[in-house]
Ligand binder design. Structure first.
Ligand code: NAP
Ligand code: MG
Length: 515
C-alpha cells in the first residue's frame, strides 16, 4: 500500500529562516550559471555546436545556461532509441514505474530551495510563484504514481461460467511531449512523467526559453532509477524538430501544452497519416485562455478586488488561467474597480533574484513587445487606470495594468495577452455578466464572486469553462483537488492532475478466454 497523499505545502517566505534558505540557494545557483548542457538520448550525453542560450529575463545579460540543441538527425536518433526502449519498458511493472516517481518527488522536495532558485533565474518567477511551481511538480509525481497503481488493477467487468474476461490498460508507444515555459517545472514534469509512468517512452522537448530546469529534472529522474531511453531530453526549435516529430510515422501520441496557434497546428499535422504509419495519433493539446472573473452585486467586494488582482498579476499574468477580464455588475463596478486599482498600486516589481518582489519580468523580448502592443491597443479601446508602462533596458518589466470600460468585443477583451493586463467591463445584470464571460473562443478558467445562491447555480450550469471557481480567484489549481483543462479553443480538456488524466496515454484491452 502506498501512503495517502494530500499536496505539497507552500513555503512561507515571511518566515525569516525560509527567506534565508532561499537566498542562500540563489547565491549557490549563481555560482553554477552559464554551464553547458547536453542532450540526453538513451542515457548518452550529446553536446552539439549549436546552443540555446537560456537567460534570466530579469537581467538579460545573465546567462542561465547554454543548452545543446537537437536537429532533425538527433531527433530521429532519439525516436529510434525511444522506439526500441518501448519494447521492454511497456512490460515493466507499474510498481517499478510509480516508485521512480515517488523517489523523484522525494529528491526534489529535499532540494526544493535549489529548484526554486533555478526557476527564479530561468523563468523570472517571484518566490511564491516559483515555490508553487515546484510544489505542483512534486504533486504531479506523487499523484500520477498513485494513479498508476490504481489503474494497474484494471477495471471490474463481467465474466460468465463459460468464459473468463479481463480488461486492462496498456501503453500506446512513443510520445512527443512539448512543454511551455510558464510552468517551467510543473507542467514540464507532469507532462513528461505521466506518459512514462503509464509505460510509454517519451521524447521531451522543453520550451526553448527554459530548457535548463528540464535538464535538472532529467538528472533527478535518473537518480531516482529511471532507465536510459525512457525519457529522452531533446531541446530544440519547435518549428524544426517539433514539426518533424509530430509528423513522424512512429510517433504514437503528442502531449502539447502551449499556445492555441501551435496547438491547433499540431492537431492538424498529427491527423495526417504518414507513409508506414499504423495508427491514429492521439493528441493532447492544452492551450490558451481568456479567463474571466464575474462579480455580482451581492458580493464581498474586497474579496472580489483581491481575487482579480491576484489572478491577473500573479507571475505577471503569464498563466493560461490568469484573469484577463473582470465583468462587474454595474451596481458595484466603480467600487470594485477603484479598490483593484488601489491594490495594484501596492504591488512592487523587480529582479526576483534580489528580493521577494510581488512581480518580476515577462519572459522575453517577444512577449514584452506583444504585451506592450496590447497595452497600446487598450489605450485606444478603454481607459487606462494604472500601469501601462514597461522597461526593457535590463530585463523585461511591465507594470501591472488595468483598463476600464471595455466593450466586451474589444480586442483586449477577446485575445489572450499573456501578460499583466486586465480589462474591466460593466454588466447590467448577472445573466448578462455570464453571457459576456462566455463570449470568447476559449473556455479554460473562470470565477464568480457572489453571495447569491441562485446566481452561483446558474453559473455552475452556464459558465462554460473547464475550471470554474466560486468566491476565489481563477488561478492556482492544485493537483488532485482541481483537475485542470479547458473547453473549446483552450484545448482537449485532458484534466491534468485529475483521475482521468493517465488514460490519455493508455488504451483498454479486453481478453476473453473460453473455459
Ligand atoms: P508556445 O509558443 O506555443 O510554445 C509551447 C511549446 O511548443 C514550446 O516548447 C515551443 O518550442 C513548442 N513549439 C513551437 N512551435 C512548435 C511546432 N511547430 N511544433 C511543435 N512544437 C512547437 O507557447 P508558450 O509561449 O511556451 O506558452 C504560452 C502559452 O501556453 C499560452 O497560450 C498559455 O495559455 C498556454 N498554456 C496553456 C496551459 C494549459 O494547461 N491550458 C498551461 C500553460 C500554458 P519553442 O520554445 O522552441 O518555440
Ligand atoms: Mg530563460
Amino acid at each position: 500500500m502506498v501512503q495517502p497523499y494530500r499536496h505539497e505545502p507552500f513555503t512561507d517566505f515571511s518566515i525569516e529562516e525560509n527567506a534565508k534558505d532561499l537566498e542562500a540557494a540563489l547565491r549557490q545557483v549563481e555560482k553554477e550559471l552559464g554551464q553547458e548542457y547536453p542532450l540526453i538520448i538513451g542515457g548518452e550525453r550529446i553536446y552539439t555546436d549549436k546552443k540555446i542560450t537560456s537567460i534570466n529575463p530579469a537581467k538579460k545579460d545573465e546567462v542561465v545556461g547554454y543548452v545543446s540543441k537537437a536537429d532533425q538527425e538527433l531527433a530521429e536518433k532519439a525516436m529510434q532509441v525511444a522506439d526500441e526502449t518501448f519494447e521492454w519498458w511497456r512490460k515493466s511493472t507499474p510498481e517499478m514505474r510509480a516508485d521512480i516517481l515517488f523517489r523523484a518527488a522525494a529528491i526534489v522536495r529535499r532540494r526544493k530551495h535549489e529548484f526554486n532558485a533555478w526557476i527564479i533565474k530561468e523563468g523570472g518567477k517571484p518566490w511564491k510563484e516559483a515555490d508553487a511551481d515546484i510544489a505542483e511538480g512534486i504533486d504531479f509525481l506523487e499523484y500520477y504514481g498513485r494513479q498508476m497503481l490504481e489503474i494497474a488493477e484494471g477495471k471490474e467487468i463481467n465474466s460468465r461460467p463459460v468464459e473468463n474476461n479481463r480488461f486492462t490498460y496498456i501503453p500506446l508507444g512513443v510520445g512527443l511531449v512539448v512543454s511551455p515555459w510558464n510552468f517551467l517545472f510543473a507542467i514540464m514534469c507532469g507532462t513528461a512523467v505521466s506518459p512514462m509512468v503509464t509505460g510509454n517512452t517519451v521524447l521531451l522537448k522543453p520550451a526553448s526559453a527554459t530548457p535548463v530546469i528540464a535538464y535538472k529534472l532529467m538528472e533527478v529522474l535518473e537518480e531516482a532509477g529511471m532507465p536510459a531511453g525512457v525519457i529522452n531530453y531533446i531541446p530544440g526549435s519547435g518549428g524544426e524538430i517539433g514539426d518533424y516529430l509530430v509528423e513522424h510515422p512512429r510517433t504514437r501520441f503528442v502531449s502539447f501544452t502551449g499556445s492555441r496557434e501551435v496547438g491547433t497546428n499540431i492537431y492538424e499535422k498529427a491527423a495526417k497519416i504518414q507513409d508506414g504509419q499504423k495508427w491514429l495519433k492521439r493528441v493532447v493539446a492544452e492551450m490558451g485562455g481568456k479567463d474571466t472573473i464575474v462579480v455580482d452585486n451581492e458580493a464581498d467586494l474586497e474579496l472580489a478586488a483581491e481575487s482579480i488582482v491576484q489572478s491577473a498579476f500573479g507571475f505577471q499574468g503569464q498563466k493560461c488561467s490568469a484573469c484577463s477580464r473582470a465583468v462587474i455588475h454595474e451596481d458595484v463596478y466603480d467600487q470594485v474597480l477603484e479598490r483593484a486599482v488601489e491594490l495594484t498600486k501596492e504591488l512592487d516589481i523587480g529582479n526576483t533574484s534580489e528580493k521577494n518582489y510581488y512581480n518580476g519580468p515577462v519572459v522575453d523580448q517577444g512577449a514584452y513587445d506583444k504585451i506592450m502592443g496590447y497595452i497600446e491597443t487598450g489605450k485606444k479601446e478603454g481607459k487606462l487606470m494604472v500601469g501601462g508602462e514597461g522597461d526593457d533596458s535590463e530585463g523585461y518589466f511591465i507594470k501591472p495594468t488595468i483598463f476600464a470600460d471595455l466593450d466586451p468585443e474589444a480586442t483586449i477583451m477577446q485575445e489572450e495577452i499573456f501578460g499583466p493586463v486586465v480589462a474591466f467591463t460593466k454588466a447590467k445584470n448577472f445573466d448578462e455578466a455570464i453571457d459576456i464571460a462566455n463570449n470568447t473562443d476559449y473556455g479554460l478558467t473562470g470565477a464568480v464572486i457572489s453571495n447569491n445562491r441562485n446566481h452561483l447555480e446558474i453559473a455552475r450550469e452556464d459558465f462554460h469553462v473547464g475550471n470554474l471557481y466560486f468566491n476565489r480567484g481563477c488561478t492556482a489549481a492544485i493537483v488532485g483537488y482541481h483537475p485542470f483543462g479547458g473547453f473549446n479553443m483552450s484545448g482537449t480538456d485532458s484534466k491534468a492532475g485529475g483521475p482521468d488524466y493517465l488514460y490519455n496515454f493508455l488504451q483498454g484491452k479486453t481478453v476473453s478466454e473460453m473455459l
